[in-house]
Design a protein around this ligand. Structure first.
Ligand SMILES: [Zn+2]
Length: 382
C-alpha cells in the first residue's frame, strides 16, 4: 500500500518519528483492531486508534447511549442519547478520520458468535465491563492466537496488560483463574467511576496496540500495570504464564468456548427474570404503603450517596454494607419492604435478615429504578 498526499500530511508527526516512519505508518494503516465495547474504555481507544490511522476498526456493542454514559464515554455526545452506541461511534470515528474502515457488530459478544467476529482481526482490545464477556474474549483470543489488550477500571483504579500466550505471555485466566463470586465486585454502575479514569487506562491500551502493530518498544506482555488516580501512582506486577492454566497451560482442558454466564454465576438483570418468591413489585409496595394497617417499613439498603440522589419518601436508610453492625436498630417483628437500586442488594439484605430471625420481609423487584419508571417519575434515575 502507498500513502496519498493527504495521508502524508495527516500522519506527518508519525512519519518524522523514527520509530514509526513511513513503513510504520503503512503497518498502522494496514492493521485491523477489534474493540469490544464502545463505552468508557472503547471511547478513547477507538478515538485515538482512528486518529492514528488504524486501517480497520471493528466495534462490538449491543447497547444504546444513555445520559449516564456521557460523563466519560467521549465517543458519544448529548444528541446521541438513545442511539445505538455502534452507530454513534462510527459517526465520531468517520468525522475524525474518514480513511478508517469502521465495521459495526451491533450485537452482544457471545459464545456462539465470538470466534467468527474476532477471527478477521489482528488484535483484540478488551473494553468490557463484566466478567462473562471478559472471560469469553480472553478464551476466544487464546483459541484464535490473537493478542488481547486488556484494561479494566473501577472507581479511581485501573489496570492494563497484554495477554498473548502465543507470544510467550499469560492469559487472563493465568491471572484470575476463577471469577469472583457474583455480586462481590460491584459494577461501575453500582460503585461509580471517575470520568477521566477510562481515558487514562484506555489510552494505555491504545498505546500498547500501536506498539504491537509497529513491533516496537517493551509491551505489557508479562506485566500487569496498576494505576491509582487518587494517589496518582502506577505500580507494576510481574506476570507469568501458568503451566496449570486450563486454557493456555501445558495440558489445557478448555479447548472450546463455554457458557460464560454459568461460569461466572451471573444472574441476568432482575427486571428480566421471573419473580423470586420473596419479591414484590413496586405496585405491591404502593398498595402496602396505602394500607396503614399493615404497618410496613420501607428499608433502603443502598449507600448514602445514592440516597442523596433519589429516595422513596419515608424509606429508612441502612446500607447493606452496614447491616451486620446496625442489626440491633431493627425490629425482627417489623414488616420490612427492602429496596435498593435494581433489586440485587435488597435480596441479599433479605437473605441476611432472615438468617438473623427476621420473618416478615419482602424485596422490591427492580428497586428504586422500577419505582421511578412505574410509580413516581419525579424520582431521578441514576
Ligand atoms: Zn492462561
Amino acid at each position: 500500500m502507498e500513502l496519498n498526499s493527504d495521508e502524508i500530511r495527516r500522519y506527518s508527526r508519525h512519519l518524522t518519528l523514527p520509530e514509526v516512519g513511513l513503513e510504520g505508518q503503512k503497518k498502522i494503516c494496514s492493521a485491523s483492531v477489534l474493540c469490544i465495547g464502545a463505552g468508557g474504555l472503547g471511547s478513547p481507544i477507538a478515538t485515538y486508534l482512528a486518529a492514528a490511522g488504524v486501517g480497520t476498526l471493528g466495534i462490538v456493542d449491543f447497547d444504546a447511549v444513555d445520559f449516564s454514559n456521557l460523563q466519560r464515554q467521549i465517543l458519544h455526545g448529548t444528541p446521541d442519547v438513545g442511539r445505538p452506541k455502534t452507530q454513534s461511534a462510527r459517526d465520531a470515528i468517520q468525522r475524525l478520520n474518514p480513511n478508517v474502515e469502521v465495521v459495526l457488530h451491533d450485537t452482544r459478544l457471545a459464545s456462539e458468535n465470538a470466534l467468527d467476529i474476532i477471527r478477521p482481526y489482528d488484535i483484540v482490545v478488551d473494553g468490557t465491563d463484566n466478567f462473562p464477556t471478559r472471560y469469553l474474549a480472553n478464551d476466544a483470543c487464546v483459541l484464535l492466537r490473537k493478542p488481547n489488550v486488556y484494561g479494566s477500571i473501577f472507581r479511581f483504579e485501573g489496570q492494563a496488560s497484554v495477554f498473548a500466550p502465543h507470544l510467550g505471555g499469560p492469559c487472563y485466566r493465568c491471572l484470575y483463574p476463577e471469577p469472583p463470586p457474583p455480586g462481590v465486585v460491584p459494577s461501575c454502575a453500582e460503585g461509580g467511576v471517575l470520568g477521566v479514569l477510562p481515558g487514562i487506562i484506555g489510552l494505555i491500551q491504545a498505546t500498547e496496540i500501536l506498539k504491537l502493530i509497529l513491533g516496537k518498544g517493551a509491551s505489557l506482555l508479562n506485566r500487569l500495570l496498576l494505576f491509582n488516580a487518587l494517589d496518582m501512582q502506577f505500580r507494576e506486577l510481574k506476570l507469568r504464564r501458568d503451566p496449570q492454566c486450563p486454557l493456555c497451560g501445558n495440558n489445557p482442558t478448555i479447548t472450546q468456548l463455554i457458557d460464560y454466564q454459568a461460569f461466572c454465576g451471573s444472574t441476568p438483570q432482575p427486571t428480566n427474570t421471573p419473580m423470586h418468591p420473596d419479591e414484590v413489585t413496586v405496585h405491591d409496595l404502593t398498595q402496602a404503603l396505602n394500607n396503614p394497617q399493615l404497618g410496613i417499613q420501607v428499608l433502603d439498603v443502598r449507600e448514602p450517596d445514592e440516597y442523596q440522589i433519589a429516595r422513596i419518601n419515608g424509606a429508612r436508610l441502612v446500607p447493606l454494607s452496614t447491616l451486620p453492625q446496625r442489626l440491633k436498630e431493627l425490629d425482627p417483628k417489623q414488616a420490612y419492604y427492602i429496596h435498593c437500586k435494581a433489586g440485587g442488594r435488597s435480596l441479599k439484605a433479605l437473605q441476611f435478615l432472615r438468617e438473623q430471625g427476621f420473618q416478615n420481609l419482602r424485596s422490591v423487584k427492580g428497586g428504586i429504578t422500577a419505582w421511578s419508571d412505574e410509580i413516581d417519575p419525579t424520582v431521578p434515575k441514576y
